[in-house]
Design a protein around this ligand. Sequence first.
Ligand code: CMP
Length: 146
Amino acid sequence: MQGKYTFSIIKPDAVRANHIGSILVMIEKAGFSITAMSMLQLTQIVAAHFYAVHADRPFYKDLCSFIASGPIVAMVLEKDNAVVDLRKLMGATNPTEAAEGTIRKAFATSIDYNAIHGSDSDQTAASEISFFFPSRKLLVKQPAII
Ligand code: CMP
């Protein structure tokens, strides 16, 4: 069975453009419950660690600079089939390929400035959740061990 939790970030482009509220409405309307949320700005070092899986990609340096360029909203979202359903709601990574009704179709301006991040698997969700929300800060049961 697919997991009940995923991790998401409203990225600095969407925060700067005042789209936090609109994105949260889309997330809640799609049936997700927000079980943890934090507004913060990443340092370059934390950004490099968070995106380490992309370290060999040509866009890695710009990606780290961008995600650390301003405040973000980090969230734990709960729903049956959370990882897959959030990725459907986000739409394609490149907004020119994103379907109508998706968050990236509405708010992303390029493949780099694409408004939202969502975990790509249950395993990634568990590690991203525990990275951003150590158990002492989490108001729900530790998703990593559910
Ligand atoms: P995200 O889901 O946060 O994960 C990695 C990010 O790299 C991705 O969203 C994109 O914003 C960014 N990115 C830039 N270029 C590419 C690319 N060619 N393929 C995939 N991701 C890319």
